[in-house]
Ligand binder design. Structure first.
Ligand code: AMP
Length: 516
């Protein structure tokens, strides 16, 4: 499904992401990526380096449609390697650097890449594994642009002629974080990525005057596509940080205009005394996503800086789906309105029938951003789409009377206790609102009588004494009895993955025997 924007590009002879990038990058002398205190690249330099990388991949045997698996530290070259892969018509497969060799083995066996690009320090092990699984070539890329891939690229031409490609060609496979079962490879096309980046640049008003602080990892859709593609197509500049560091970010804010982050970026910035109105005065937009932003964080940030964080909702399979408005009310605790080219509906999880406004159900989506399905997994692909083309996200949510969407949690986190549904978010919000509570995760644990027992895992403020009886006493007049936690567990921190998502599956595993 193509968006009107892509159709207009096609009419101008631009029929794939590589051609669109060429239009925006080639011959442009504006600064593109700057590593503070380090290297910098103009758009044209970046385009030419991507050309060298495309030639190097081709010389290493990569052909149109082949996968290129990449497990490297964050660097500008890692992103240019994605552009190079797109220019070749090959498929970029980024992998979290935290994955072990056992995990890597699964991805390489599933994706069968032609080439594996790894860190210089893991070359020998990765090469042995890759060869065993049929990938003949292993190249290395270091964080400062070192390694065998770059050596190879330095002798190649910076001119590269792309084969004929169309919007429906595959550009990337991104494996979902796989909190339940095996991780699946979402197949994203040139059209998926281009349409979403163009829509976001427009929705969030990015232009060539923007300077984005880029502190997200680039193996995940947020840092790789939402941040990088959007800024690139808008012609803005990126201040490139290898990771989140509150001191670095606050130092850069006076010369930046925007930050994209996960909620933990904002809670950590709030913990820093250097976050003030003055230091954020030059910024025009703070965006949050990938995990729920607590309404409390939203309010505290606005009070401290005068900026209302713009929360949006997306996922690996679809890139971005909804956003709070640029102009208009950014409502804490909601993820805003569907993007202009995205159809969103709330459906009954069992039947797929559309539910009336105000009811909680599964969020389903249709639009040019929605992936082409799961790599070599026709069953999962078939299960994930309705017959009218809507993609079943697995997220539960509702739409309020103003059209704003709120997320009630992942479908698999829904608790069924004594046959009744409990949406964890509702209980979490009640506990979070109590004095002395920092945050809460509500999970269902196996229970002989109830099937699942509602259980709260709570993080208390350092000096707080609130305990289980106090929490239950506060909740009793506010929630139906079946929603009350049977037990409250206190922890210093909730387990989170690199994108700041609370790992409820881990909690369920740790406390599986609590009621037995
Ligand atoms: P990932 O594929 O790793 O990007 O994870 C996508 C999932 O993160 C979505 O399906 C949601 O469950 C969750 N998510 C993303 N953005 C938000 C948000 N703003 N609020 C709540 N959950 C979110």
């Amino acid at each position: 499904m193509l968006s009107p924007a892509l159709n207009r590009l096609t009419d101008r002879g631009i029929g794939n992401l590589a051609a669109l990038l060429e239009e925006r990058m080639r011959g442009v002398d504006d600064l593109y990526i700057e590593e503070p205190g380090g290297r910098s690249f103009t758009y044209d330099e970046a385009w030419r380096l991507a050309g060298r990388l495309a030639n190097a991949l081709k010389a290493s045997g990569v052909r149109t449609g082949d996968r290129v698996a990449v497990q490297v530290e964050k660097s500008p070259e890692a992103v240019l390697l994605f552009f190079a892969t797109a220019r070749l018509g090959a498929v970029y497969l980024p992998l979290n650097t935290a994955y072990t060799f056992t995990e890597l083995e699964y991805f390489l066996a599933d994706a069968e890449p032609a080439v594996v690009v790894t860190r210089p320090e893991t070359e020998a092990q990765a090469a042995a594994l890759a060869q065993r699984l049929g990938a003949t070539v292993t190249l290395t890329l270091g964080q400062s642009g070192d390694g065998t891939l770059m050596e190879r690229a330095s002798i190649d031409s910076d001119e590269f002629q792309s084969p004929a490609l169309v919007w429906d060609d595959l550009a990337a496979i991104l494996y979902t974080s796989g909190t339940t079962g095996r991780s699946k490879g979402a197949m994203l096309t040139h059209g998926n990525l281009a349409s979403n980046a163009l829509t976001l640049a427009d929705t969030w008003r990015y232009t060539r005057d923007d300077v984005l602080i880029h502190a997200l990892p680039v193996y995940h859709t947020h840092g790789l596509f939402t941040a990088t593609n959007t800024l690139t197509l808008a012609g803005g500049r990126m201040l490139w940080l290898s990771k989140f560091d509150a001191d670095d970010i606050l130092r850069l804010m006076p010369r930046a205009t925007s930050l994209m982050g996960v909620p933990t970026f904002y809670t950590r910035l709030l913990d820093h005394p250097g976050l003030t109105r003055a230091v954020t005065a030059h910024m025009r937009l703070f965006i949050s996503g990938s995990a729920p932003l607590l309404a409390e964080t939203h309010r505290a940030f606005e009070e401290r800086t005068g900026h209302a964080i713009l929360e949006r909702y997306g996922m690996t399979e679809t890139s971005m789906n909804t956003s709070n408005p640029y102009n208009g009310r950014r409502i804490a605790g909601t993820v805003g309105l569907p993007l202009e080219d995205v159809d969103l509906r709330i459906a009954d999880p069992a039947t797929g029938a559309a539910l009336p406004q105000g009811e909680i159900g599964v969020i389903e989506l249709r639009g040019p951003n929605v992936c082409a399905g799961y790599w070599r997994n026709p069953e999962k692909t078939a299960e994930s789409f309705r017959s009218d083309g809507f993609f079943i996200t697995g997220d539960l949510g509702m739409i309020d009377h103003n059209g704003y969407v709120s997320i009630a949690g992942r479908g698999k986190d829904l608790i069924i206790t004594g046959g009744l549904n409990v949406y964890p978010k509702e209980v979490e919000a009640e506990i979070d609102a109590l004095p002395g509570v920092v945050e809460t995760a509500v999970i269902g644990l196996p229970h002989r009588d109830f099937g699942e027992a509602v259980t709260a895992v709570v993080v208390r403020a350092a000096d707080a004494t609130i305990d289980e009886p106090a929490i239950l006493a506060a909740l009793t007049p506010r929630l139906a009895k079946f929603k009350l936690p049977k037990r409250v567990i206190f922890l210093d921190d909730l387990p989170r993955n690199a994108m700041g998502k609370v790992q409820k599956a881990k909690l369920r595993e740790s406390y599986a025997k609590l009621y037995s």
